[in-house]
Design a protein. Structure first.
Length: 198
């Protein structure tokens, strides 16, 4: 596994997911995480992805991935049809966050959410000193070509969960190569949470 933030996300999620689980990855990209879980944990894997080029990459890896927009809902899936629903590095790209999280919690026993922390100190510093939209290791895009619709911090997400009656079961804060547990809202590049409905 490569030692960058994305791979660290994958390593954390790999450690969370139990073997032989039913897993749905929303916004699975090219399927790297699903492939890792399928091969190493023997999961029953499914993915949903919007980009056709990414779906072809998933199919090349032997993964079952459906073309779909998660903002439209997951009505074809019955309640609690998965052990885990994963939203890793995709939640900040959806239009209807509340709706997508509600749907994920409806169809999954547990939901794993991973996102870049917009309140990371370098992002704050760039905004403060240069007056420009931050570009960091976990937010590598410029304002005009970013896929992100929502820029959230660790504090924002925790507040969201509290307001919506969502329980945080596990939380992980990631730096570039290792955990970032000291003042994570300031020093973590990324966060990974395991959540469930109270």
């Amino acid at each position: 596994m490569a030692e960058d933030a994305e791979r660290l996300d994958h390593k954390i999620i790999y450690g969370i997911v139990e073997p032989d689980s039913r897993v749905l990855d929303l916004g699975c990209g090219e399927g790297d995480l699903l492939y890792l879980l399928s091969k190493g944990k023997g999961i029953k894997a499914q993915g949903i992805e919007l980009r056709e080029d990414a779906i072809y990459k998933c199919v090349e890896k032997g993964l079952s991935v459906f073309h779909g927009d998660i903002d439209s809902g997951l009505t074809e899936y019955p309640d609690k049809s998965f052990d885990y629903v994963i939203l890793n590095q995709s939640m900040q790209e959806v239009r209807k966050v509340d709706f997508v999280i509600d749907e994920a919690l409806r169809i999954g026993d547990k939901v794993i959410v991973g996102f870049p922390n917009f309140a990371y100190w370098r992002a704050r510093l760039r905004l403060f000193l240069k007056g420009k939209t931050p570009v960091t290791y976990s937010l590598p895009y410029r304002w005009y070509n970013t896929p992100n619709l929502h820029f959230l911090s660790i504090s924002d997400f925790k507040e969201f969960c509290s307001e919506k009656g969502i329980s945080i079961i596990e939380e992980y804060y990631l730096g570039k190569r290792s955990a970032a547990n000291f003042l994570p809202n300031l020093f973590a590049l990324n966060a990974v949470y395991v959540i469930t409905k109270r």
